[in-house]
Design a protein around this ligand. Structure first.
Ligand code: HEM
Length: 193
């Protein structure tokens, strides 16, 4: 991936991801906690994000640290929950994209070459993961996640969001192929249609 060589501290991320993150915090834990996080995390942006602006990726890590400290929940679980929430928001804001797919497997198969491909064209600065999908048999999918950001628990939640959008129950297991979570193999088991 082109961004693999960029050190984490120099990476940026789209503003709408931060906005949805703070929105989730507000919905689940209340507005006071949003204020507390923004204050405690000591962010260069002061927690003010425009939808299409680009902000240091480190701010996401600082927000996650602060949320984890305040709620006493592990960062991994918070990222996972955010993934499911984020899919709901992406579906609400881009129904024309999600609506093109007839099944969760088609959608996941279209992620690299269609969804994120267009995202990359629109925002060349975006750092997107690579997610290779392999159909292993009826109701069994293997997804290989690769990204210098190691946000595999976000991918986990997003994939659950995709299946739940199609009302299909999925069981997801994963194995870290790199200890820092930059390469992760997911096994998805679901009820075949
Ligand atoms: C309409 C649908 C979608 C749009 C418009 C979209 C767009 C984006 C954008 C703009 C980013 C941030 C990149 C940056 O600022 O550097 C991102 C990140 C990400 N996307 Fe998507 N995405 C969509 C659906 C999905 C789905 C369905 C999945 C997985 C099932 C997914 C997985 C991820 C992950 C894991 C990241 C975090 C970055 C990383 O791990 O490297 N996205 N996406």
């Amino acid at each position: 991936m082109q961004q693999l060589d960029i050190p984490t501290r120099m990476m940026k991320m789209k503003g709408f991801i931060y906005r949805y993150f703070l929105e989730m915090v507000e919905e689940r834990f209340g507005l006071t906690l949003v204020d507390t996080l923004v204050g405690k995390a000591d962010l260069p942006s002061d927690g003010v994000y425009t939808h299409l602006g680009n902000y240091p990726y480190e701010e996401m890590l600082q927000l996650l640290d602060a949320l984890s400290a305040e709620t006493e929940l592990p960062k991994e679980s918070l990222l996972h929950a955010f993934g499911t929430y984020l899919f709901g928001r992406l579906n609400a804001t881009h129904p024309e994209v999600i609506g093109l797919y007839e099944s969760p497997v088609d959608l996941l198969k279209g992620l690299n070459d269609h969804i994120h491909f267009h995202v990359q064209n629109l925002y060349p600065e975006a750092a997107l993961p690579k997610m290779e999908v392999r159909e292993m048999g009826p109701g069994h999918l293997q997804v290989l996640y690769e990204s210098s950001r190691g946000l595999y628990r976000l991918a986990h939640g997003l994939m659950e969001g995709v299946f739940s959008h199609f009302n299909i129950f999925v069981g997801i297991q994963f194995r870290l192929l790199e200890a820092d979570g930059t390469i992760v193999q997911f096994e998805l088991e679901y009820e075949p249609e």
